[in-house]
Design a protein. Structure first.
Length: 216
């Protein structure tokens, strides 16, 4: 039976690619988008909800699907205010997971990051770790947390630090373990598509496994 998917973050780098994938995937009949701005695509599969994502809990009645895929994320460079950063990287995914649990949605896929750790002294890693912990506490049957390393690709906003890291890792990547190599957004999006349509044995999925899933 064709499925309905919810995407949070469909206007971002990975989310945009994921949306394109789902629109051509016969497994999915409807793709609900919850975001601040329109993706600007006319497609009968798309059902857009233009909302304030910080108020996501107010849209429980519309938040119904077979799977939720959360591509929400920011950086400290883009969002230097730690309170706002936490509302984005922790608040939105955890609220989405709670709504999914309340509405009986059995699959939840979310992008986290390599190094996520609730005990980390690094704010970024600690926030991601807390997000993972509280998403898993919802006990959604099929929960998949992707922990990619540095994500490649060209973004609309300027991220000098990330760009320098991409160049460095592109040159010396052969020296790095598999889970630390650059991973492309197309690979992450494909893996999320596969996970949304089926299952996997692990809850937390690092870059090497993401690439393996995407190759299916």
């Amino acid at each position: 039976m064709p499925k309905t998917a919810i995407i949070l973050g469909a206007t971002g780098l990975t989310g945009t690619i994921l949306l394109e994938n789902l629109l051509t995937d016969s497994t999915f009949k409807t793709v609900k988008l919850f975001s601040r701005s329109s993706v600007g695509i006319a497609n009968p599969k798309i059902e857009e909800h233009l909302i304030d994502l910080f108020q996501l809990e107010q849209y429980e009645e519309d938040f119904k699907a077979d799977v939720v895929i959360c591509c929400i994320g920011t950086t400290l460079a883009k969002t230097p205010n730690k309170e706002t950063y936490r509302k984005i990287d922790y608040g939105i995914p955890v609220t989405a997971a709670k709504l999914a649990k309340e509405n009986g949605i059995e699959s939840f896929v979310v992008i986290s990051a390599l190094g996520a750790d609730v005990d980390s002294r690094v704010f970024y890693n600690k926030t991601k770790g807390e997000m993972e912990r509280d998403v898993l506490q919802q006990n959604i049957k099929n929960t998949f947390i992707l922990q990619p390393s540095l994500i490649g690709g060209n973004r609309s906003e300027k991220r000098t630090g990330e760009r320098m890291a991409q160049i460095f890792m592109g040159i010396f990547g052969f020296l790095l373990p598999k889970n630390y190599k650059i991973i492309q957004p197309e690979t992450i999006a494909k893996a999320m598509q596969v996970l949304a349509a089926g299952g996997y044995s692990e809850k937390r999925i690092t870059s090497a496994a993401i690439k393996k899933i995407a190759s299916k």
